[in-house]
Design a protein around this ligand. Structure first.
Ligand code: NAD
Ligand code: ZN
Ligand code: ZN
Length: 361
């Protein structure tokens, strides 16, 4: 039996999204059908709509979600109907070269549902990041469902499914931030503020938030920023150096995804410091740096996909910190909205008015 539900679809490059009837098949072997309860609007959804990820239109958008498993297919033993889960886009295969070398966070054969969700006329949909959760129900690989404490609110828990995990993990996992470190975060949207929160959790003593928007800087303080720099008014490289005794930060996290902010990150770190790129660039962007500076400044230039997270390890731990009041996931939620409001939420995101708009179903 297939299920007819509502879903938010991007039909073509730059076109406003529309609410459509989506046909969701019953789960086959290894798959799970999930009733979505909440799904955050991430900048990557907007990248999809703008054709910045690939051209596989139409997309079923939404990928930062929590919900309840409704049915599972043959052979599924890890989750069962009724389980409260966060959806992830890293269901590791366990058998690729990365997994076999004990680095499953780099798995290059992650699982998604095999069957296609479609439009009413049978056109197959490409679910964003293999999830597609701006919909009443979605079909995923069972491994994409991570069970967490059901007493957490779906609105908060769902945020860990993408951007907030990406930012937290960029600091904690990729950047390896530890007690006493100085950290600068360039770009304080949902992802950047999560990096601020991650640095705070890990015990960084100086946490410098950099953005071009004063409201964002004010919000960053709620997550643990000790200093703020408006880079429209002040040279951020100079400012970060000044705030770190002239050295630069141990770890600089770039959460915008632009060459000019990457360069700021590169020069704002201390000798042998670490740069973490978590912002997603577009295909035409180019970076030029004096190779001698790359050599001479030493350290590590890293990229962070999904915060190098392992959902089964990180989601339950972070939900636990949230339940204990040590990680304020609620503070990321600027507004809760309905499915029909996703296009308006993109505009608000574009204007910089929100950290996260979360669709509640
Ligand atoms: N690597 C990953 O796994 C991953 C996961 C999710 C999102 N992302 C990416 O992270 C980035 C941020 O996502 P988001 O949801 O926080 O977006 P957002 O739009 O909410 O935040 C971007 C922030 O950057 C600021 N900004 C823009 N230009 C700037 C500049 N020149 N200098 C300083 N700040 C500037 C904006 O004011 C805003 O606060 C996006 O590129 C998104 O695609 C990456
Ligand atoms: Zn693998
Ligand atoms: Zn995302």
């Amino acid at each position: 039996m297939a299920h007819e539900v509502r879903g938010v679809v991007a039909r073509g490059k730059g076109q406003p999204v529309s609410l459509e009837t989506v046909v969701v098949p019953d789960p086959g072997p290894g798959e799970a059908l999930v009733a979505v309860q909440a799904c955050g609007v991430c900048h990557t959804d907007l990248h999809y709509r703008e054709g910045g990820i690939n051209d596989d239109f139409p997309f079923l958008l939404g990928h930062e979600a929590a919900g309840v498993v409704e049915a599972v297919g043959e052979g599924v033993t890890d989750v069962a109907p009724g389980d409260f889960v966060i959806l992830n886009w890293r269901a590791v295969c366990g058998s690729c070269r990365a997994c076999l070398r004990g680095r499953p966070q780099y798995c290059f054969a992650t699982h998604n549902a095999t069957q296609k969700m479609t439009l009413a006329d049978g056109t197959p949909l490409s679910p964003a990041l293999g999830i597609g959760a701006f919909a009443d129900k979605t079909l995923v690989a069972a491994g994409q469902c991570t069970k967490v404490d059901p007493s957490a609110s779906p609105v908060a828990a769902g945020l860990l499914g993408c951007g907030i995990m990406a930012g937290l993990g960029a600091a904690i996992n990729t950047g390896g931030v530890t007690r006493g470190d100085s950290v600068a975060v360039i770009g304080c949207g949902g992802v950047g503020d999560a990096a601020v929160a991650g640095a705070h959790l890990a015990g960084a003593t100086t946490i410098i938030a950099v953005d071009v928007d004063d409201t964002k800087l004010e919000w960053a303080r709620r997550f643990g920023a000790t200093h703020t720099v408006n880079s429209r008014e002040t040279d951020p490289v100079e400012a970060v150096r000044e705030l770190t005794g002239g050295f630069g930060a141990d770890v600089v996290i770039e959460a915008v995804g632009r060459p000019e902010t990457y360069k700021q990150a590169f020069y704002a770190r201390d000798l042998a410091g670490t740069v973490v790129l978590v912002g997603v660039p577009t295909p035409e962007m180019r970076l030029e740096l004096p190779l001698l500076d790359v050599f001479g400044r030493g350290g590590a230039l890293k990229s962070s996909w999904y915060g190098d997270c392992l959902p089964s390890r990180d989601f339950p731990m972070l939900v636990s910190l949230y339940r204990q009041g040590r990680l304020d996931l609620d503070a990321f939620v600027t507004e809760t909205i309905a499915l029909e409001d996703v296009e308006a939420a993109f505009e608000k995101m574009h204007r910089g008015e929100v950290l996260r708009s979360v669709v509640v179903l």
